[in-house]
Design a protein around this ligand. Structure first.
Ligand SMILES: Nc1ncnc2c1ncn2[C@@H]1O[C@H](COP(=O)(O)OP(=O)(O)OP(=O)(O)O)[C@@H](O)[C@H]1O
Length: 610
């Protein structure tokens, strides 16, 4: 193709270059045409095709070569990839192993941490430390959730965000046995308390109290929701034992009778401490030892400074009373921590109530997250840390050994003798020898399991109370509180008829609900456990406050002591016939006046930790 076009171009150029007449040019063209004969053209074509073929061959060869090279590269790459894949697989395998190892280690670490915590708590228990749990309330609906006072929460540490004057870096850590954040569920909180609650059934005295400023969530922790009395608290129960619901019902009962009024801090501020006491008593089947334990559940009134609540008049006096008892609690705690020889338990009704159970105490300290409560939160946490450092010595099981039992029996005999004397019966039980029958009869007095109807209380034969049946003598009892509540309601319905009613007994389990606002004129607390209370404590007892607080929040009135003891009819009617009424302890004259703490500026200290 190329060769054929070229001569034509040459011809054209020659034609252009030489200026010849048109005829001459035509002649030359003719001559050239002759030269381009068909054979020549074919030849040239073949040559051209060959050349082209040769070139294509060359290209093909080149391409094949490239393909070969590419194949080579591909297989090398493939081999490399396979190698890499293998390596990655190995790496992944190792990584997996490593991660597994880490996960295992983390689980182990968690387990060790948990064990450490348990051991730490055990050591604390052995030393008799007051256990302190801290709980942070979440922001409430409608509250500005700007910045929480809480910076960080770890298992047992809570770090509070503070202005720099409080700490170098603007935060301050506090350590407790456990810290529950705002999202902690009730179940989580209660599951940690189970061992403590169970120890009541093993014969220990236990006290669980909720401390914190108004509105910080004390009642939320201590009781469940009760729409009846309009208290907006959650559906949950304090105690994970079978008696939970019953005890909670009692707490509700106490709460219903509790003084509440609105303050600057809370629309329904509790203006009194609410205490529920559960006494459990049973006999160890193997040794025959009588074991009794008690549990105080105390929902304290708000611990804030009086001026914070902005109350005046009667409310102010009430607030001062509240803080006086909290102050007395603070005094008890500080004298326990300083191990002074005298602990001023008698300075307040609250501390008298807690005296027998402080050896196994759990304090729930509550704080609110709002920034404007920072000051209260810090003083609350400081107080709680101090409480946590108090060593009370190991708690002891309330076992009556044979000597104590014998002495108690003698006391019972004496009481019976006195009672008979009062009835004109001159029997002299104390002078009787301790025959086995007598001892067994006296024991039967201690441990009634059948609940007899008592026809004539004054002449009730002493063997009316039966010994524990096998089931009844089990160390763990379920409180028959439904019955108790039913009776409580019927008591309310017809208080006047109480005296004449007879009923059944509930053995060895006493329950008390009290609303306490301390007052110098208060007499001994109902749960006071003196020896003379032995028979008295065999009966069901519900102490409810004489409530000024039917007083509504609109018309609240200050109260003195609002504790009334309501005994079931059979309790009332039986006891006086057999024994004298339970004696109330005479207040300790040495320390009958509450201590008034004076601060440096000369003002009386009104609240704890301030
Ligand atoms: N952990 C919590 N989760 C959700 N809401 C809570 C929590 N703790 C408290 N609250 C809510 O905060 C409000 C105040 O709580 P609560 O009444 O228990 O405080 P308080 O400390 O008992 O107050 P007061 O001293 O006045 O009796 C209630 O509406 C309660 O439902």
């Amino acid at each position: 193709m190329k060769s054929s076009s070229k001569p034509i171009q040459e011809d054209d150029s020659s034609c252009e270059e030489t200026v010849v007449p048109s005829q001459q040019c035509e002649v030359r063209q003719h001559e050239e045409t002759e030269e381009n004969s068909p054979s020549k053209v074919v030849e040239e074509k073949i040559q051209r095709i060959n050349t082209e073929h040769y070139e294509e061959q060359e290209i093909l060869l080149n391409q094949q070569k490239h393909i070969q090279e590419l194949k080579q590269t591909l297989s090398t790459t493939k081999a490399g990839m396979r190698l890499l894949q293998k390596k990655y697989q190995e790496d992944f395998f190792h990584l997996g192993n490593h991660v597994n190892g880490l996960a295992h280690a983390a689980t182990g670490y968690k387990r060790v941490l948990e064990e450490n915590r348990k051991l730490y708590n055990l050591v604390q228990d052995l030393k008799g430390n007051i256990r302190v749990y801290c709980r942070v309330r979440p922001f409430l609906p409608g509250e500005p959730t700007a910045l929480s006072t809480v910076e960080h929460i770890d298992e047992g540490t809570i770090t509070i965000r503070v202005p720099s004057k409080y700490g170098k870096e603007g935060h301050k850590p506090f350590m407790f046995n456990k810290v529950f954040g705002p999202s902690a569920a009730q179940e989580e909180v209660f599951s940690d308390m189970q061992p403590l609650v169970r120890s009541v059934l093993d014969g220990y005295n236990v006290c669980i109290f909720a401390y914190g400023q108004t509105g910080s969530g004390k009642t939320f922790t201590m009781i469940r929701n009760n729409s009846q009395n309009g208290i907006n608290v959650p559906e949950a129960s304090l105690m994970p034992v079978s008696t939970t619901d019953d005890v909670i019902q009692l707490m509700d009962l106490g709460h219903m009778n509790r003084a509440v009024s609105s303050t600057a801090m809370n629309d329904r501020s509790s203006r009194s401490h609410s205490c529920v006491t559960v006494h459990v008593q049973g006999r160890d089947l193997t040794s025959g030892t009588i074991i009794h334990g008690s549990m105080h559940l105390v929902d304290l009134a708000g611990s804030e400074r009086v001026d914070k609540s902005e109350v005046t008049g009667d409310r102010l006096k009430e607030a001062q009373h509240i803080n006086k008892s909290l102050s007395a609690l603070g005094d008890v705690i500080s004298s326990l921590s300083q191990k002074t020889s005298h602990v001023p338990y008698r300075n307040s009704k609250l501390t008298q109530l807690l005296q027998d159970s402080l050896a196994k105490t759990l304090m729930f300290v509550h704080i609110s997250p709002e920034a404007d409560t920072l000051g209260e939160a810090i003083s609350t946490l400081k107080f709680a840390e101090r409480v946590g450092s108090v060593e009370l010595g190991a708690a002891r099981v309330n076992k009556d050994n044979s000597e104590v039992k014998e002495l108690k029996e003698q006391i019972i005999n004496l009481k019976m003798a006195l009672a008979r004397k009062g009835n004109g019966n001159d029997a002299q039980p104390t002078s009787l020898p301790h025959t086995p029958e007598r001892v067994s009869r006296r024991r039967s007095l201690e441990t009634p399991s059948v609940r007899p109807k008592l026809p004539n209380i004054g002449n009730a034969p002493s063997n009316l109370r039966q010994p524990f049946s096998d089931t009844a003598s089990s160390r763990r009892h379920t409180l028959d509180l439904h019955e108790l509540m039913r009776r409580r309601q019927s008591l309310n319905a017809n208080e006047e008829d109480r005296e004449s009613k007879s009923g059944e007994w509930i053995d060895k389990q006493d329950l008390e609900v009290q609303s306490v606002t301390d007052n110098e004129s208060d007499e001994g607390v109902a749960s006071d456990c003196s020896d003379s209370d032995l028979l008295w404590r065999l009966n069901v007892q519900v102490n409810v406050p004489r409530v000024a607080n039917k007083q509504s929040s609109e018309n609240p009135k200050p109260r003195k002591v609002q504790t009334r003891t309501t005994k079931l009819s059979e309790t009332r009617s039986l006891i006086p016939s057999l024994i004298p009424a339970p004696s109330k302890r005479t207040p300790n004259t040495v320390n009958s006046q509450p201590q008034q703490r004076v601060t440096r500026d000369g003002k009386r200290r009104l609240s704890l930790g301030k």
